[in-house]
Write a protein that binds this ligand. Structure first.
Ligand code: ITT
Length: 198
């Protein structure tokens, strides 16, 4: 099966390629399509569905979309749906680097003892205009005091998994995919794909 993936994030593409081994994943760029969907919804689910619908409208073929981010309890759930644009001075036209976003987040959390947080991933499989499945999964953790590890992307270096004793950026891709919000969402989508008639 071929699925178009509604993302321009190369890190997500890499993780999704491992998570969907029997599926040919094609990016909008692979198909020569410029895809830049405005994330205007205030939920991960809404943005995931929005990305799926937008790309489906262009390719008219099955689509997979991922909207994800980090929610920190002590910050009322921020960065949340704004994870990619966090700290942007002009609402996303200029984006901070991952390192800058992590520095800003750690500064905002200086002295805070409640460091519980979670990664969230809303994933949508859109098979046709009126036929789709959305799931949302999480991965629970604690915000570190300083970054650790070189793997992964985004907020991985500041996200500590108590069960592993490691940050997300200290895990191999295989281990991250086994535990992560994206890995858990993908497992549920894979179960849907497996249940479809040929
Ligand atoms: P697309 O919309 O093109 O998919 P994006 O990076 O803008 O790419 P999102 O809108 O879903 O994707 O924003 C997700 C942001 O949340 C992402 O840029 C990271 O900063 C962060 N994020 C999501 N998943 C993550 C992960 O597995 N590890 C670390 N950070 C993650």
């Amino acid at each position: 099966m071929t699925l178009f993936i509604a993302t321009n994030n190369a890190h997500k593409v890499k993780e999704l390629s491992e998570l969907f081994p029997g599926t040919l994943l094609r990016t909008p760029a692979d198909a020569g399509i410029e895809f830049d969907h405005d994330e205007t919804e205030d939920t991960f689910l809404g943005n995931s569905l929005g990305k799926a619908r937008a790309l489906f409208g262009l390719v008219k073929a099955p689509v997979l979309a991922d909207d994800s981010g980090l929610c920190v309890d002590a910050l009322g759930g921020a960065p949340g749906v704004r994870s990619a644009r966090y700290g942007s001075p002009d609402d996303g036209r200029t984006v901070l680097s991952a390192r800058e976003k992590n520095e800003l987040l750690l500064r905002q959390m200086t002295g805070r003892r409640d460091r519980t947080c979670r990664f969230v991933c809303a994933m949508t499989l859109m098979l046709s205009e009126h036929r789709f499945v959305s799931v949302q999964e999480t991965c629970e953790g604690r915000l570190l005091e300083s970054p650790r590890g070189m793997e992964g992307f985004g907020y991985d270096p500041v996200f500590f998994l108590p069960g592993e004793g490691l940050s997300m950026a200290e895990l191999t891709l295989e281990r991250k995919n086994a535990l992560s919000h994206r890995g858990r969402a993908a497992a549920r989508i894979l179960a849907v794909l497996a249940s479809l008639p040929d």
